[in-house]
Design a protein around this ligand. Structure first.
Ligand code: ADP
Length: 484
């Protein structure tokens, strides 16, 4: 099958979150299964700065935005044989961030990603590649299916291409003032309830949701949740209307990138059959972070964007109570100021017990996963979540709120003691978090039972193999839908 994977970020080139991990690993898995899949994303300034060798191409297109011609130049690279294409435009992508700065989103994101959508379609004609399926991701790609079903509807070059739109986080909807329509050369008729109109503005994601042949999201529970008013962010009606064409497919974890036996960030690699190395990592982590060295005290950690979505409010509510427990708390994260401020002073208030690291640090993240006993993810919502999958692989038991992908991957002993691999709670409150934590601390004292859960988690298969097959089934379905 021929697939074009269209995304606004892909690891290792450009990453702000889980979408980049998916874009860096799902296409590679599909390629290994023998499919002709290529990835296309904007050519951000940071890609060159990171030193990736990206070949300049000669192919280019012109797209009219705000009445002026904008050039899109195609560049190329590859990883393990998987082709990555980049669309260069100095006005739009030669900036510090992907979507904005600390001050907020770039004010011309409609133009930037509107340009990207138009340029992807225009460049396809010049790439000698006519995909069967366009796999689109999140609002940044939402105009592509709109263009295909309107402007390009009668163009035979595009007419057989199926579209699948994957929603990685419904919290981001690409909402812009209605003036963006004319700025991007889109028909004013799209300013309607059946078009892009969304409470007086327009939404790129709405375009993707209404105009794609099929839709998916990144776990089965999140797929159900986003069709309810409580968790649908205003999109529940639209999504339920399309529920027959909406699928939940769990993200996989790249099991080569995340393997405690091969991780060069660790002094002492280990595996499920020999957990002594894990204890060494715990001691080293305690030393590195200035915590009291003791294997008997459980380390509870978080590696996360410091965003309200991640349930930091619950942790803050539970904090004082939590500090009365016999545990050590490690936090690694950056993000919203209010959360950074809450945690900033805690290390000094609780020396030897608390370690706060307000940074993005992949290597420290790995040592934290390896050295921890419990990994906390009390998210308010979580489309899939990667943190808990990494934690399981590294033998840290996840303690999570039972929502989205967390509900689909973490099993509490109270739900099913035979298959338990972590702890979970449902109510979004500090008290519920503490209750689950207390159960985990009791279990921690029973070493045999604890290690059994650790090994079970480490041996679980969360690789891409299964999910890649499901994506292939859905790609085939988009082609059927197209060809009826
Ligand atoms: P999201 O995509 O919502 O941020 P996920 O759990 O799906 O959440 O993915 C988060 C990924 O980013 C994980 O690989 C996690 O280890 C990594 N990460 C988050 N914050 C940091 C940080 N401060 N330093 C290093 N890695 C981080």
């Amino acid at each position: 099958m021929k697939i074009l994977f269209v995304t606004s970020e892909a690891a290792p080139f450009a990453k702000t979150g889980g979408l980049a991990d998916v874009a860096g690993s799902l296409p590679l898995t599909l390629r290994r299964l023998g499919h002709d899949i290529r990835v296309i994303l904007p050519s951000y300034q940071s890609i060159e700065e990171k030193g990736y060798s990206v070949r300049k191409g000669r192919k280019s297109v012109e797209v009219t935005i705000d009445g002026a011609a904008q050039k899109g130049l195609l560049r190329q690279s590859s990883i393990d044989g998987l082709p990555f294409f980049f669309i260069e435009n100095r006005n739009y992508f030669n900036r510090e961030g992907l979507y904005g700065t600390e001050e907020g989103d770039y004010p011309d994101n409609a133009q930037r990603f509107g340009f990207f959508c138009r340029a992807v379609l225009a460049l396809l004609r010049r790439m000698d590649f006519r995909p069967d399926v366009l796999h689109l991701n999140d609002w940044q790609t939402g105009l592509i299916p709109v263009l295909l079903k309107t402007e390009f509807r009668d163009d035979p070059f595009y007419s057989s291409m199926g579209t699948l739109m994957t929603i990685h986080n419904l919290g981001y909807q690409g909402i812009f003032p209605p003036s963006a329509l004319s700025s991007l050369g889109l028909s004013p008729t799209l300013m309607s309830v059946e078009g892009l109109e969304y409470f007086g503005d327009i939404s790129f994601l709405k375009g993707g949701v209404l105009y794609s042949d099929l839709l998916s999201t990144v776990s089965e529970t999140y797929c159900r949740e986003i069709q309810t008013p409580e968790m649908g962010f205003g999109f529940d009606g639209l999504l339920s209307r399309r529920s027959r064409n909406l699928f939940g497919i769990l993200n996989g974890l790249d099991d080569k990138l995340w393997d405690p036996g091969l991780d060069s960030a660790l002094v002492s690699p280990y595996g499920a059959s020999d957990l002594r190395g894990k204890n060494t990592n715990k001691k080293m982590l305690q030393k590195e972070l200035g915590l009291q060295t003791s294997s008997g005290i459980p380390i509870v950690s978080m590696v996360t964007r410091l965003d309200t979505q991640k349930g930091l409010g619950l942790l803050e509510e539970a904090w004082e109570e939590l500090m009365h427990r016999d545990l050590q708390m490690v936090i690694l994260g950056t993000g919203q100021r209010k959360h950074m401020e809450f945690f900033a002073g805690m290390q000094d208030r609780f020396p030897g017990k608390v370690s706060i690291n307000l940074a993005f640090d992949e290597s420290l993240a790995r040592r934290i996963y390896a050295g921890s006993d419990l990994f906390l993810m009390p998210s308010l919502y979580e489309p899939c979540g990667l943190g808990q999958l990494i934690a399981l692989r590294y033998g840290a038991l996840p303690l999570v709120r039972r929502t989205g992908g967390l509900a689909d991957t973490v099993t509490d002993p109270e739900e099913n003691s035979q298959n338990a691999n972590g702890f979970s709670f449902k109510k979004a409150s500090g008290a519920a978090l503490i209750q689950a934590l207390d159960r985990a601390l009791v279990q921690f004292k029973d070493r045999r039972a604890w290690l059994k859960m650790v090994r079970r988690g480490m041996n679980q298969d969360f690789s891409w193999t299964r999910s890649a097959q499901r994506y292939l089934e859905i790609y085939r379905k988009t082609m059927e839908v197209r060809n009826v």
